[in-house]
Design a protein around this ligand. Structure first.
Ligand SMILES: [Fe+2]
Ligand SMILES: [Fe+2]
Length: 453
């Protein structure tokens, strides 16, 4: 019985994940749903009810808490916890259609705290009850909100580093899990790149690379969805971006960690990281597809066909590689802010524009800045009238003139659309680790821009 309940938890997680990433008629979703249904029917054969619970982030059944299983099923446990589902009760007589509705309901739930039993009955679900055991404690503490954002981000960095380590250790990757993780990450941080950079300063050296990879992945998913890519393509790109520098990590583990100076041959090796990465990812083409192989191989190739590794033929790099290259350079420059005194967004724009038509396809680069803005959402800026504000929204037709919320100097809270306000402009960005530091607490007030799917 105990083992059967464990399997049931696993199937429940798979079904929710499949419900998130596939359409409801997709054979994969049906397959996972059927398996869960069969397992529930079996468990309900000799009992009236099956009660699955989440107790402080751990999965539980009757009076037993499955600690080990909770580790493995972390996405399920945190998903249920975030939605304040502390127990799910399945009753005898359960129908497949009810289960389907229930899973879809859970899978489509975006905001924490949305799951209510009364909502479920609206979907004709009678034999499943889900909800909370204790009243939800909503944090009213604004400091808590930025802490929560930080914590979520750090957890994501950790999840991402796990997926990367699996490939580095040449172990199996759970594709469903990876895609589900990325989708969650995207929902949490969509369009908040600048805020994350400002809030999160990673001190552990080992984590910096993973932060970079997560950022590039987030940026590319933002970019792709703004370009109108489908959900599937957006996630494919996110995965390719996540693995683009796997060759570098591989070399870092094997070579760079050694003490002392690098030899000429070792330098050569680092230049080889696209090739090493691509061949490593080749071993995963059945799980992850070809796109990560292509992107790992091509991300240092330039639009004008210079860059490395040298290609034997004159073919432009894949669009995905060029998108990843843009986000890669953008994030590498933005991260400089953490250790260089000042590296404001407009400077990044200037530097990258010098490579327009050389490293990057001109139209693609223009589109990127059109979406991300010269001053991205979350930038702390000094206005020409001396007031300080935070960029809340980018104007796609005028990237230098976003919507700014005033936070100091009179008229606090006022939102000004600079594109309609010719007299006022942005003078400069205030460095969040310098002059802008005291305004960081305003960052948490920004709500994520909606994910388009
Ligand atoms: Fe690279
Ligand atoms: Fe990179």
């Amino acid at each position: 019985m105990r083992d059967k309940v464990k399997v049931c938890f696993l199937l429940l997680m798979n079904a929710i994940q499949a419900g998130k990433i596939y359409s409801q008629d997709h054979p994969k979703f049906r397959e996972f749903l059927d398996r869960l249904y069969a397992s529930l029917l079996e468990l309900l054969q000799h009992r009236k009810e099956l009660i699955l619970g989440v107790v402080s982030g751990e999965l539980a059944w009757e009076d037993e808490i499955f600690f080990e299983l909770s580790q493995k099923l972390r996405p399920l446990a945190s998903f249920l916890e975030e939605n304040q589902v502390e127990r799910i009760v399945f009753s005898q007589g359960l129908q497949l259609e009810e289960l389907r509705q229930f899973i879809l309901f859970l899978a489509r739930t975006k905001k924490p705290g949305q799951v209510e039993e009364k909502d479920l009955s609206l979907y004709g679900v009678k034999n499943i009850r889900a909800g909370r055991l204790r009243a939800a404690v909503q944090s009213m503490d604004p400091e808590g909100e930025s802490e929560e954002l930080k914590m979520k981000y750090e957890n994501s960095v950790r999840a991402v580093s796990q997926s990367l380590h699996l490939v580095l250790d040449e172990q199996e990757v759970d594709y469903l899990d990876l895609r589900f993780n990325l989708l969650n990450i995207m929902e949490d941080f969509f369009g908040r790149h600048e805020e994350l950079l400002n809030l999160v300063s990673v001190k552990e050296r080992d984590l910096v690379t993973f932060v970079h990879l997560l950022n590039v992945s987030l940026l590319v998913m933002f970019f792709a969805s703004r370009l109108g890519f489908s959900k599937d393509d957006v996630l494919d790109l996110g995965i390719a971006a996540l693995y683009h520098d796997i060759g570098k990590l591989y070399i870092a583990e094997k070579i760079i960690k050694k003490k002392g100076r690098l030899t000429e041959a070792e330098f050569q090796q680092i230049q080889n990281h696209p090739i090493i990465g691509a061949s490593l990812l080749e071993g995963y083409k059945d799980t992850l597809g070809y796109l990560p192989v292509v992107a790992a191989y091509e991300h240092h190739l330039r639009y004008d066909l210079s860059g490395y590794p040298r290609l034997p033929h004159n073919r432009k790099p894949h669009l995905a590689s060029m998108m990843i290259a843009i986000c890669d350079v953008y994030d590498a420059l933005a991260l400089k802010r953490s250790y260089k005194k000042d590296y404001p967004p407009d400077k990044i724009y200037e530097v990258m524009m010098m490579d327009k038509g050389k490293a990057f396809p001109p139209q693609l680069l223009d589109k990127f800045f059109q979406f991300i803005g010269l001053w991205p959402v979350g930038s702390i800026v000094l206005l020409s009238d001396g007031r300080v504000g935070i960029v809340r929204q980018v104007n796609e037709n005028d990237m230098a003139r976003p919507v700014v919320e005033v936070i100091e100097g009179g008229g606090s809270g006022e939102k000004i659309d600079l594109s309609n306000n010719g007299g006022l402009s942005i003078v400069k960005a205030l460095n969040p680790r310098g002059q802008g530091r005291k305004y960081l607490r305003y960052l948490k007030l920004a709500r994520p821009q909606g994910v388009p799917f």
